[in-house]
Design a protein around this ligand. Structure first.
Ligand code: ATP
Ligand code: MG
Length: 252
């Protein structure tokens, strides 16, 4: 079906189409389709827009990524299907690898996603030959790459599972996530959570990284912004915004 641009849910429907296409191509896990539905429900409560809280979190995330010595972007099926161009450009700006790291891991899906990212311009893709493990996780979910997540100081991991996010934290990583659900364990465990739809948040994050880079902002100033960010305060504000939006809808 072709969705007309004038449809009020155009973006949402196009995003679904992209995920279904990714599923047909063997990039997205069936469970990924369900996880997307959970995200959409929270996006509804946000009014499907990027909030001031998400902008603030993206700003802090951009600073942390620029301060990082070994940043890595961890990519799962939904991320690879929805924002491959954005993953490639952020990796290339930061000169860092993307690591395919799957919760529902199959070697075939890892291979396809790695190939897909390369086709979209990602120069350094890891994940096909994991040679390290993240402590505290059982077998396939623990696998990672020595030159990627294992040695990274900052990991951008959009749409992560709570357990794995906790394990990354225990391994001493600074974790940045993008997650529409401010109540998820991931949102609450990460150091910075951008509560926004991945398809809106990645372009915002890329623009901010570019602005800070082009403006040659000093390390001191980057540290000041990053250090002044409180994830728990940001989550509390997002939740307030969601619940007040919900009350407004009920009054209509
Ligand atoms: P947790 O394990 O962190 O407690 P969960 O079990 O509810 O969370 P998972 O299935 O592990 O959720 O991860 C999927 C997460 O990704 C959900 O929190 C969902 O809200 C979020 N999500 C799904 N699609 C998107 C999207 N397009 N943009 C941002 N977040 C999304
Ligand atoms: Mg989970």
């Amino acid at each position: 079906m072709t969705v007309p641009r004038s449809h009020p849910r155009y973006m949402s429907l196009m995003t679904r189409d992209k995920l279904v296409e990714g599923w047909n191509e063997g990039l997205v896990a069936t469970q990924g389709l369900i996880a997307h539905g959970r995200g959409e429900a929270f996006d509804y409560l946000l009014g499907e827009t990027t909030t001031p809280e998400a902008l603030e979190a993206a700003n802090a995330a951009a600073c942390r990524l620029l301060l990082a010595v070994r940043p890595v972007i961890s990519v799962n099926g939904n991320v690879g299907a929805l924002v491959p161009d954005e993953v490639a450009s952020l990796c290339n700006i930061l000169k860092c690898p993307a690591e395919v790291n799957l919760f529902h891991r199959t070697e075939e899906r890892v291979r396809r996603l790695a190939q897909h990212l390369r086709e979209h311009g990602c120069l350094d893709v890891l994940g096909e030959v994991p040679d390290e493990r993240i402590e505290g996780l059982e077998h396939a979910r623990a696998l990672c790459c020595g030159e990627g997540i294992f040695k990274a100081d900052v990991v951008l991991v959009p749409l992560e599972d709570g357990d794995r996010c906790q394990a990354l934290k225990h391994a001493g990583k600074f974790v940045i996530t993008i997650d529409l659900n401010p109540l998820s364990r991931t949102s609450r465990t990460a150091d910075i959570t951008i509560v926004d739809n991945l398809v809106r948040a990645m372009p915002v994050l890329i623009s901010r990284v570019n602005e800070l880079k082009d403006g040659m902002v000093s390390t001191e100033d980057l540290l000041k912004v990053a250090g002044g960010f409180s994830n728990s305060a940001n989550m509390a504000n997002v939740l307030r915004r969601m619940t007040s939006g919900y009350s407004r809808m009920r009054e209509k």
